[in-house]
Ligand binder design. Structure first.
Ligand code: PLP
Ligand code: ZN
Length: 408
C-alpha cells in the first residue's frame, strides 16, 4: 500500500484519510435527497511511488489498494475469467470481442468487489455494522461478505427487487428492510439511518471506496489482456459507479506511467433509466422520470454518480448508448447461445449495445472490445423466462423422444 489522500471531484480540495468518511464536507452539503451526490471523493495515490515499486513480472496489486492488505476478509472475490468470444464475434461481425465475466463472483455479481473493500475498511475502523441501499446485487453481496466476517448488514431495498436477490440477502442473515417505493427512496432512507444510528454506510459512490473496489475489475482486465489496453470497454450503467471504477483503474495505471492511453469507455443504459446518457449527450442533467426496465440493476431515477460517470466517458473518448428491454432480452439470448454465458438483464446490455451500433462504424471490425458482464443470469429467472420456453414432458418411449429431437 502507498500513501493516499481523498480529493473532492468537485472543488478538488484534498483531505487526509481519516479527516473524511463519505462526501467532501464542503460540497457534500449541497446534496439533498432526490439529487445526484455532490462532492464525491476520489482516492489520489502517490503515483511516483507506485511507478517505482510496481513490477509487471511480479505485480503487487496491493500498491493500488486504499486499505491495508491485512484488513481484507478471508473471502476472496474477483479473479474472474477474461475470455475471447470467437463465436459471438463471428455472429456480430467483429473479430476481437472479449468478455470479462463478473457473474462468477461469489454472490454472482461485480458488487462483491465493492463489498470486499468496504468490509476491509470496516475492519480497519472497527465498525461492526454496515448499512446499504441497493437495487439488489450490492445488498446480496454485502450480506454474504458480512456473514463471512461476522458483521451485521442492514439493508434497504425496493420492495420489487428480484426474488433471488432478496433470498440471497435473507439466507446470509442480513437485516433486510424492503422499502415501499423505489431504489431512490431506499438510498435516501439508508443515509438518514446511518446519520442517526451509525454503522458504516456502503452506498455506492457515497462511500468513496466503492469506486476503489470496483476498480479492480479494470486492473484485472489489463493484466489478463497481457498488460495491454483494450480499444473499448462496454459497461452497463445505473448509478455510474462501475464505469467510474473502470475509469479509475486505467487512470491510476496512466498516472503511474504503466500505460500511455486509456480504453474508450462506452456507457450503456436502459431507455427508461437514461439520466446519465442524457447528461452525456446533452450536457443537461434531469432525473429519469419513470425508470421501469427489466434490467433492475440499472434501474435508477437519480444516479448517484452522474458527473464522474460522464467524465469517464468524455476523458476516454467513449460514447453512450441506450437499449430497449426488447434489445436487452435479445442480448441475453445471444450471449447465452453464442458465448455460453448466462447474464442477468443489466449484464447483457453491453452486448445489446454493441449489436445495436454494429453498422454505425463507431467500432471497427478488428478493434478489441471488452463486454463487461456484471451479473449472473440465475439471479433473475422471471426475466430469462421472457425468451425461454420450457418444453412439455413426453412419455419415456423412443419414438416420442425422436420426434421431439427432430422437431427441435
Ligand atoms: C450495480 C450493477 C450495475 C450498474 O452499476 P452502477 O455502478 O450502478 O452503474 C450493472 N450491472 C449489474 C449486474 C449490477 O449489479
Ligand atoms: Zn468539495
Amino acid at each position: 500500500m502507498v500513501e493516499f489522500q481523498y480529493r473532492c471531484t468537485e472543488c478538488v480540495k484534498q483531505y487526509d484519510r481519516d479527516q473524511v468518511r463519505y462526501l467532501c464536507p464542503v460540497c457534500g452539503d449541497k446534496y439533498s435527497f432526490g439529487t445526484p451526490l455532490r462532492g464525491v471523493l476520489s482516492v489520489l495515490f502517490d503515483y511516483d511511488q507506485i511507478s517505482r515499486l510496481f513490477n509487471v513480472q511480479k505485480p503487487d496489486w496491493n500498491l493500488f489498494s486504499a486499505v491495508e492488505r491485512e484488513c481484507y476478509p478471508a473471502f476472496p472475490v474477483g479473479n474472474t475469467p477474461f475470455l475471447k468470444a470467437e463465436r459471438l464475434g463471428d455472429e456480430l461481425g467483429f473479430s476481437n470481442i472479449w468478455i470479462k465475466n463478473e457473474g462468477v463472483n461469489p454472490t454472482g455479481s461485480l458488487k462483491d468487489r465493492a463489498s470486499y473493500t468496504i468490509v476491509a475498511e470496516a475492519n480497519r475502523l472497527g465498525e461492526d455494522r454496515i448499512v446499504a441501499a441497493s437495487t439488489g446485487n450490492a445488498a446480496s453481496s454485502l450480506a454474504a461478505v458480512a456473514a463471512a466476517t461476522g458483521k451485521q448488514a442492514v439493508i434497504f431495498v425496493p420492495e420489487n427487487a428480484p426474488q433471488a436477490k432478496l433470498v440471497q440477502m435473507i439466507v446470509h442473515g442480513a437485516c433486510v428492510i424492503p422499502v415501499r417505493g423505489t431504489y431512490d427512496d431506499a438510498f435516501g432512507i439508508s443515509i438518514e439511518f446511518t446519520k442517526e444510528f451509525g454503522g458504516l454506510n456502503r452506498n455506492t459512490a457515497y462511500h468513496p471506496l466503492t469506486i476503489e473496489g470496483k476498480k479492480y475489475a479494470g486492473l484485472e482486465i489489463w493484466q489478463q489482456n497481457q498488460f495491454r489496453v483494450p480499444d473499448f470497454i462496454f459497461v452497463p450503467v445505473g448509478d455510474g459507479v462501475i464505469i467510474s471504477g473502470i475509469y479509475k483503474a486505467f487512470y491510476d495505471l496512466k498516472q503511474s506511467r504503466l500505460i500511455d492511453r486509456l480504453p474508450r469507455l462506452v456507457c450503456v443504459q436502459a431507455e427508461s433509466s437514461d439520466a446519465i446518457h442524457r447528461y452525456i449527450t446533452t450536457g443537461d442533467y434531469q432525473p429519469a422520470r419513470q425508470p421501469h426496465t427489466i434490467a433492475d440493476s440499472i434501474s435508477v431515477s437519480v444516479p448517484s454518480n452522474v458527473y464522474m460517470a460522464a467524465k469517464a466517458v468524455q476523458d476516454t473518448g467513449g460514447f453512450s448508448v441506450t437499449v430497449s428491454d426488447e434489445e436487452i432480452i435479445e442480448g441475453m439470448n445471444i450471449l447465452a447461445r453464442y458465448a455460453g454465458i448466462f447474464a442477468e438483464p443489466a449484464a447483457a446490455t453491453p452486448l445489446a449495445a454493441l449489436r445495436k451500433i454494429r453498422d454505425a462504424g463507431m467500432v471497427k471490425e478488428n478493434e478489441q472490445v471488452v463486454l463487461l458482464v456484471t451479473g449472473h443470469g440465475l439471479k433473475d429467472i422471471p426475466a430469462a423466462l421472457k425468451h425461454v420456453k420450457i418444453p412439455k414432458a413426453v412419455s419415456p418411449n423412443l419414438s416420442d423422444v425422436i420426434e421431439m429431437v427432430e422437431r427441435f
